[in-house]
Each structure stands twice: as structure tokens, then as C-alpha cells.
Design a protein around this ligand. Structure first.
Ligand code: DMJ
Length: 574
């Protein structure tokens, strides 16, 4: 900046120059707060991780109250430990699940140490019956994501040599999955014995999410190994499942893999179905295949039509569309995060707010909450350290930069430390009405809960990069070479889909870190329509004393109002 040295102007010039260096105190305060919270989450991660490494590793998961372990990879198959080979020491599931979080925290030493141990010790040649879905999202997904992080030189995670050991393990595991798909329908069995394939008299019942959420991991495995069998098995199953939808574009919750008949007709966005929706959209983002988008679009529209009741999502009969159960399940809390990827920010915000109310009411989220009676389900009062609310909070903050979501994150962190932290790690809650604890620290606490909370307060890992997160929170980079459309359709960074009038326009909630509608408008002037009503809040940090200081939401054109704690948002019910 050039200033003519006239004495009268000198003072003014000085003032103007100073203004360039004065940082807005409220944004400075926000940055300090974010840093403090990031460090709190880092401490949480290491408290959980170190205790696991001390008391449970190489077994699968930590029992934090008794400082012991559980081999949950097999217990996920409801097998008691005595049915396992006597020399079985577990598959270090929590370590596999922690690798991508260690990478995000920048702990290259522990990341590399973990890889070394796994490549020398991990074997899948064990006579254990495991759940295909759980093993896929936790172990296969954990290995593939860590492999991709390891080979990406920008992460600088590996000092020594890395010879694709994790990929070789993933390939071995993927091959052990393949016999599960040998059914008349191509829909995979829910359970598989890693050594012997499908067991005699194996149950033929599975869930929609169990056979419809394999494509991200198995598709990536095919792209990385050049062996098309993994992707083709998962895609075949997904297409078969989609063919079984009702004329309303709804799918049930459980089905028979041999007959291809539905068993449970009640349909929802929660337990047993949730990640089916998630994988259709994320598969489209990762691979760019139009088919995934077509399926997702129809399934998503049906979910809005038949399940949505204001901010809530009840369950409905897949054939008639009639409501069945009016309940909130804590798994549903991932949905607002998915809606951010679609660009449906207003809907995401209003549901997220309701989930957060329930969190505030009980201190954590109960597994089931009966919406019609406003009470907890009598037998499902537990909270097993699930990540879904933190996940949606992260996505919504990325999309809106509304600091209110940071407050939500802070509340979640406080509750977790207050109710679930014990000397031996973090324990699940058995009953949210008494906060009685249970001796289990699930591996997803490290893979997802801590990760999403950390990313909420420090997003440097995702900034200017192009990741999708699997349903277990493992990042997979969107690669040009895997993608059918890049770069033509996408004009920058990690684009997602934005709901504009025609469902066609693409915008990014993650790379631009602003509401997609605003991003679209500045880049594509012809789309001013969606944001013509936009009135910004008076304060850039969205703080307020009264409604008058709040503007009009760009996406929905609804009036924003001032919340009880002094932030503008879409607080009025629809
Ligand atoms: C995780 O294992 C995955 O997110 C899965 O899709 C369902 N939810 C659990 C954690 O709650």
C-alpha cells in the first residue's frame, strides 16, 4: 500500500495500515477456543488408545473398567471366546481402526509402528466366524484407508520403507469375503468363517446395510489390486438389492439371501439400513458412476416422502409407505451429515438440532427414543460411545461455519469426559437414565468419535483435499484415475451435490467451507435464483442478542432467529 507523506494524511494512513493488522477479536477468540478443544480431543484419543495398547492389544477391543480385552471381531459373530482357537490373540481391530486417526493427528511414528506390527503379525487364516459387514467396514476399510494414506507422499507418514503390506493384507481378507457372495441371488451371507468360508447351516438372513454397504471398500480394493472380483461382487449385490425395492422406492430392513425375499418390511434411515443410503451417495462421489446417483436420488426422495415428519424420521412399511415405528434411533444421527453432502443444509440443520436436544436432555444419545411418547425405549437405554452426532456436527460446521456447531462439539466432548471417561479408557453407557457404565470401548470410538470431534476443531487434514469418509470414518481420497467423470463435471476440489431446482448443479460443502448455495451463486451467476433472498446475519460470527440481528437463510429463504445462547440459525420449526 502506498501512502503520500503529507503530514495531515500521515495519521490517517497509519490508521488504515493498522487496520490491516488488527484481527477481529471475536474470530481470534474462536481460533483460540478451537485450538483448546482440538487439544482436549487429542487427549481423549490418546487416553483411549494408550489404554488399549497397554491392556488389550493385540486383542480386538479394550474393556476399560476391568482393564482387559475382548476379541470382538469374532464376538461380533456372537461366538463365545471358548469357540476360538486356543492360540488366537485377536486381530488388533482397534489398532487397525486407529491408523487413519493417528495419521490425521499427525502421529507418523505410531502410524508407522502400527503398520510394521500388522505386516509382521496380522493373519486372517483363523477359524473364526465373523460378520461380513463389520469386518468390511472396520478391518478392510481400516487397512485400505491406511494404505492410501501411507502411499500419499504429501502426508509424510512413512520414514522407512513401505512395501504395500497393508494392501496385501486387505487383498487376503477380500478374497476370504468372496465365498459369502456365492448365493443364488448374489446377495452375500451376513457371516463368514475366515478360514473355511460359509459354514454349514449358516443363517440366510441379513440386513439391507449388511449387504448394501460394501462397495466403497471392495471397490477400492479392486482399483488398488487390479482384481475386479471384489468390486463386481459388491456391485452385483447392491444392484440385486435395489431390484428388490418396492414401487415406492423403499427397502425393508432384513431379507433372505437365498430366496431374495424380504423378512422385515419396516423401513427406515436407521439401524439395518443406514449405511445403504450413505454408500450409494459416497460411491457416486468416489467412482462417479451415474448409476449410483440414480439409485441414491430415488432412495433419498422416497426417504423424504415416507419417513420425514418435520425434523424427525419415523419408520414406514416398504409396501404401503404407512408409518410403523415412531422412534429416534441414535444411528439416525448420521443423516444430517449425509444431507450436507447432498447440499440439503436446511433439512440437515433442523434434524441435527433435534438430535442435539435429545443429547442435552440425557447427557448422551440413548439408542432408542420413542417420539410419540417422548420417552426412552424401555430396553434400549444404552449409549455405546457412538460417533453419529459428532459426525453430523462436523459436516454441518464445514458447510455453514456457524460457530454454534463448535458449541455443540464442546458439549459432546464435555459429556464424554464427564460420563464415560474412566482410568482405563472410555466406557460405554449401559443406561443413560442412571449413567451406569458397561465394560466396553468400541473400536469406532477411535476410528470415528474422536476423529470427527478432532476434525470439527481442526480441519487442516480435509482442507483443500478430496476425501470421502467410509461409514466407519476411514478417509479414502477421490482419485481422478478411479473416477468416471473427473475432471469434466467437477470444477474444483471435493465437489458434492447440491440440491438446486433440478438436482443437477454441483457444489462443495467441504472444499469451499461455505453453504453450497452461496458457493454456487458466486461461481455461477445464472443460479442467483436460490440465493436471491439471502440476507447475511449482522455479525460475521453469527452472534446475536435479538432476532433483528439475524438474516435470511440462503438455501431455504427462511428467517433465521436468535437462539437462547445467542447465535443466529434456523431455529424456528418448519
Ligand atoms: C459404526 O460402526 C458405523 O458407523 C456403522 O455404519 C454404524 N454405526 C457404527 C457406530 O455407531
Amino acid at each position: 500500500m502506498s501512502c503520500p507523506l503529507h503530514p495531515k494524511r500521515l495519521f490517517l494512513c497509519l490508521l488504515i495500515s493498522l487496520a490491516f493488522f488488527v484481527v477481529d477479536p471475536s474470530s481470534q477468540h474462536l481460533e483460540v477456543k478451537k485450538k483448546q478443544m482440538r487439544e482436549k480431543v487429542r487427549e481423549m484419543f490418546y487416553h483411549a488408545y494408550d489404554n488399549y495398547m497397554t491392556y488389550a492389544f493385540p486383542h480386538d477391543e479394550l474393556k476399560p473398567l476391568t482393564k482387559s480385552f475382548t476379541d470382538s471381531l469374532s464376538e461380533l459373530g456372537n461366538l463365545k471366546l471358548e469357540h476360538l482357537p486356543t492360540d488366537y490373540n485377536g486381530s488388533a481391530v482397534t489398532l487397525v481402526e486407529s491408523l487413519s486417526s493417528l495419521a490425521i493427528l499427525g502421529n507418523s511414528t505410531e502410524f508407522e509402528k502400527g503398520i510394521l506390527w500388522l505386516s509382521e503379525n496380522l493373519t486372517f487364516d483363523i477359524d473364526a466366524r465373523v460378520n461380513l459387514f463389520e469386518c468390511n467396514i472396520r478391518v478392510l476399510g481400516g487397512l485400505i484407508s491406511a494404505h492410501l494414506l501411507a502411499i500419499d507422499p504429501t502426508n509424510r507418514l512413512i520414514q522407512g520403507s513401505y512395501n504395500n503390506q497393508l494392501l496385501r493384507l486387505a487383498e487376503d481378507l477380500g478374497k476370504r469375503f468372496l465365498p459369502a457372495f456365492e448365493t443364488p441371488t448374489g446377495l452375500p451371507y451376513a457371516w463368514i468363517n475366515l478360514k473355511n468360508g460359509v459354514m454349514d447351516n449358516e443363517t440366510t438372513e441379513t440386513s439391507t446395510s449388511g449387504c448394501g454397504s460394501l462397495i466403497l471398500e471392495m471397490g477400492s480394493l479392486s482399483r488398488l489390486t487390479g482384481d475386479p472380483r471384489f468390486e463386481s461382487a459388491a456391485l452385483h449385490a447392491l444392484r440385486q438389492l435395489w431390484r428388490m425395492r418396492s414401487s415406492l422406492d423403499l427397502l425393508g430392513t432384513t431379507l433372505d439371501v437365498v430366496t431374495g425375499e424380504w423378512i422385515e418390511y419396516s423401513s427406515s434411515i436407521g439401524a439395518g439400513v443406514d449405511s445403504f443410503y450413505e454408500y450409494l451417495l459416497k460411491a457416486y462421489i468416489l467412482f462417479g458412476k451415474e448409476d449410483y446417483w440414480r439409485m441414491f436420488r430415488s432412495a433419498y426422495l422416497a426417504s423424504q416422502k415416507y419417513f420425514r415428519h418435520g425434523p424427525w424420521y419415523h419408520e414406514a412399511n416398504m409396501w404401503s409407505g404407512k408409518p410403523t415405528y415412531w422412534q429416534l434411533t441414535s444411528l439416525q444421527a448420521f443423516w444430517p451429515g449425509l444431507q450436507v453432502l447432498v447440499g440439503d443444509i436446511a433439512a440437515a440443520n433442523s434434524s441435527h438440532r433435534e438430535f442435539f436436544h435429545v443429547w442435552e436432555k440425557f447427557g448422551v444419545l440413548p439408542e432408542r427414543y420413542l417420539l410419540d411418547h417422548q420417552i426412552i425405549h424401555p430396553t434400549m437405554k444404552y449409549y455405546p460411545l457412538r460417533p453419529e452426532l459428532a459426525e453430523s456436527t462436523f459436516y454441518l460446521y464445514q458447510a455453514t461455519k456457524d460457530p454454534w456447531y463448535l458449541d455443540v462439539g464442546e458439549t459432546i466432548v464435555k459429556s464424554l469426559n464427564l460420563y464415560t471417561k474412566v482410568p482405563g479408557g472410555f466406557a460405554s453407557v449401559r443406561d443413560v437414565t442412571t449413567m451406569q457404565l458397561e465394560d466396553h470401548q468400541h473400536s469406532f470410538f477411535l476410528a470415528e468419535t474422536c476423529k470427527y470431534l478432532y476434525l470439527l476443531f481442526d480441519d487442516s487434514f480435509v482442507a483443500k483435499r478430496n476425501y470421502i469418509f467410509t461409514t466407519e470414518g476411514h478417509p479414502i481420497q477421490v482419485l481422478r484415475s478411479w473416477h468416471e467423470k473427473l475432471p469434466e463435471t467437477y470444477f474444483s476440489g471435493n465437489w458434492t451435490l447440491s440440491k438446486s431446482g433440478a438436482w443437477e448443479s454441483r457444489a462443495s460443502a467441504l472444499s469451499l467451507q461455505v453453504c453450497p448455495s452461496i458457493a454456487l451463486n458466486s461461481r455461477r451467476p445464472e443460479q442467483h435464483r436460490e440465493s436471491a433472498c439471502h440476507v447475511p446475519d449482522e455479525q460475521i460470527n453469527h452472534k446475536c442478542w435479538s432476532n433483528k440481528e439475524c438474516g435470511v437463510d440462503a438455501t431455504t429463504c427462511r428467517l433465521r432467529t436468535c437462539s437462547g445462547v445467542g447465535y443466529c440459525g434456523l431455529w424456528n420449526p418448519l
